[in-house]
Design a protein around this ligand. Sequence first.
Ligand code: SF4
Length: 491
Amino acid sequence: MFTDTAERLDRTCDLFGLSLSWELDSPILLDLLKKQNINIWSDLRTENDPIVFGGGPVLTANPEPLAPFLDVVLLGDGEELLPNFINSIKQLKDESRAYKLKMLAKIPGIYVPSLYQPEYSSDGTLLGVNPIFTDLPQSITKQTWNSNILGHSTVITPEAAWPNIHMVEVVRSCPEMCRFCMASYLTLPFRSPSLNDGLIQAVEKGLSATNRLGLLGASVTQHPEFLELLTWLNQDQFNDIQLSISSVRASSLNSRITKILAKRGSKSLTIAIESGSSKLRQVINKKLSEDEIFSAAKYTKEGGLKKLKLYGMVGLPTESDDDIEASAKLLIEIKKRTPGLHIVFGLSTFVPKAQTPFQWQGVRQESKQRIKFLHKMLKPKGIDLRAESYGWSTIQALFSRSDRRLAPVILAVRNSQNTLGGWKKAYKGVREDTIQTEKIPILLPKPPPWDEVIYSVWNETKILPWTHLNGPISELNLLKHQEIALNQNNE
Ligand code: SF4
């Protein structure tokens, strides 16, 4: 279903679901439910309502802010979870809603938030989220699709966000494990289909319907046969295809790759450098040298591509003003060494993500000034700096680190203004009980202070809103990775 069209749902459906990959899309769930006349609160749904379920990386990492609106959350890979889930729904078709939910909650990777009760101390500290029935699991473990056969688009349409493009997932997860990266940590292990084990077939299938091909993945050039795939796409029979790839790993580039990409219609290349400071790249485990970055820029130009997009961040843990100056210096040097190449620097603010080693870190308030500083340094040098809004990054952090006490705030924002000011006002209003929202069917204490959720560095003994949900790496190991990272700064 396309959310921007007035498509009506068949009210007799059994299931209504959405997948979320971006925190700031979360409130759309409420709009979708309202549009379909489905009660937004899970607790108020009746036997005639569909089971409302969600999945995708945002909900797998921390579904708690949306928990009161969802009947079921699928933690992990859809290929693994959906068949079990749908078969169970079919088998339980004639059972009551309550019985269905209880049975679903016993299936590995299926989380039914209404059957788990958060407990808080008198000062609002989360003490745990526990099952309300003794025969339900104490914690729920994310499920992993243990196969190298990955997804590709089944719908190619001009109505899509990327129109008429056939997208093929070339890799899932990323073995690099940059300490902030949910795309790596949450989805491990790294998987890649071999060319002869479905990848070529998936590409051919799409190219019979469209000439636009997108190769997707957290870092597509990590695919062990990436050069072979490009060489195959370089055959004359594919002369009219237009190829796009997502972010590439700088160290895996050479001019042969960039030439094929240019020949197949790519105009630009995207590389995430995160920081121009080699010290900070070490802290975050980004195994990328300055020489590799300069070479990547050189190959981009040599290959005939017009634009190099570099992604970076401000506000990373341990970052100092010197690191920001190092970023500015590196970008200016790249520009100097590759004249004529359009350099874009996409800048975002570090946001702590659940299930990563930096989940205990906060958003750093210096980030705002550091974005301004980079603007001032880079614009006059002809570097096209495109910074994400610092303010919206703080809202992202609110989603990424809150528990279900955020639900009334989400509702209040939906009923008024989805602006930065609207979020702050709604949060304050819910905390101080001065905001009029629809009656909330569940008892929720007021949310913790705004600063504590967004900016604080959390103590490692803190019970996290997602402690009852297990990702691929245990909390203990995430802590060790954080420790290794932060110690790099002292060496
Ligand atoms: S290389 Fe990119 S995708 Fe891989 S872990 Fe680092 S940031 Fe994530």
